[in-house]
Design a protein around this ligand. Structure first.
Ligand SMILES: Nc1nc2c(ncn2[C@@H]2O[C@H](COP(=O)(O)OP(=O)(O)O)[C@@H](O)[C@H]2O)c(=O)[nH]1
Ligand SMILES: [Mg+2]
Length: 254
């Protein structure tokens, strides 16, 4: 679930959690937002802003020392939660920046929440009109939402556009049905599997990158800077020897 700050992502997730748990599903929610004040490892920090959560709902902020590692942590968490039997893993991300872009790439389905103000729509139009699978006009209790609904419908021709109010719990069933419908047609067409293969590929690539970076840092830290200046070829040499040792260890060699 993505969209600019203040559109009501957290509120809608909280309302969806209620809707889905009432239908008997196990639900988890992840907040992937490096600029969030609840980042920094605050376990359950986000529960504070979701007052109606049943105890059995899993809610966490995703955090890592390095911002670049956040999407990898998110992808691994999604995989683990799915393996643990959660029916829905809802991910909140603000939509701007690399962390958000990667997070949307590793999701099965992207729900975009549209702002009600025209100029904000112009700002997010560029990136958001391709990435979304379902578009949501939240705050349908506010009259301006009607205009935005017609506008967005004309923008995203063919994709579902759904009006909801997270505040009053209006039309949540319609949103859940649209999500389920899309997921099951993707399961049937093989699209779902393709996306999951992509997610695993992302996990493997990012994990390898982190491993290589850590090894490179540690190798270079053992070399005195003056030696690096005198022998500029040393860095590429270190990189190739690291690559060779990694390939060896991955193929089960010594
Ligand atoms: N009127 C109205 N306000 C809402 C609705 N959903 C959320 N809000 C308000 O919008 C503000 C931002 O909500 P929040 O969920 O924190 O947005 P986020 O930044 O996208 O996670 C809060 O003050 C909410 O109470 C809604 O359906 N109707
Ligand atoms: Mg939020």
């Amino acid at each position: 679930m993505t969209g600019p700050r203040g559109v009501g992502k957290s509120s809608l997730i909280s309302a969806l959690i209620r809707e889905l748990t009432q239908r008997g599903h196990r639900v988890a929610a992840l907040l992937v937002d490096p600029s969030s004040p609840t980042s920094g490892g605050a376990v359950l920090g986000n529960r504070v802003r979701m007052p109606y959560l049943p105890d059995e709902v899993f809610v966490r902020s995703i955090w890592a020392e390095s911002e670049r590692s956040v999407p990898l942590r998110a992808a691994v968490s999604i995989e683990l939660l799915e393996a643990a039997g959660y029916d829905y893993v809802i991910v909140e991300t603000p939509g701007a920046g690399q962390v958000s872009t990667d997070t949307l790439r590793i999701s099965d389905l992207v729900v975009v929440l549209m702002p009600l103000l025209g100029d904000e729509v112009q700002v997010i139009k560029a990136g958001m009109m391709e990435i979304g699978d379902i578009y949501v006009i939240n705050k349908s209790d506010i009259p301006e939402s009607e205009l935005m609904y017609s506008y967005v419908k004309s923008l995203v021709k063919g994709k579902p556009v759904i009006k909801v109010s997270a505040l009053y719990g209006t039309n949540l069933g319609e949103l859940v049905n649209a999500v389920n419908q899309l997921l099951s047609s993707r399961r049937a067409s093989g699209e779902q599997l393709k996306r999951r293969v992509e997610r695993r590929r992302f996990v493997v690539e990012e994990a390898l990158r982190e491993l290589l970076e850590a090894r490179l840092r540690s190798s270079l830290s053992k070399i005195h800077p003056s030696v690096l200046v005198e022998r500029p070829n040393l860095i590429p040499e270190v990189i190739s020897s690291l690559k060779a040792s990694l390939v060896k260890s991955l193929s089960g060699g010594p």
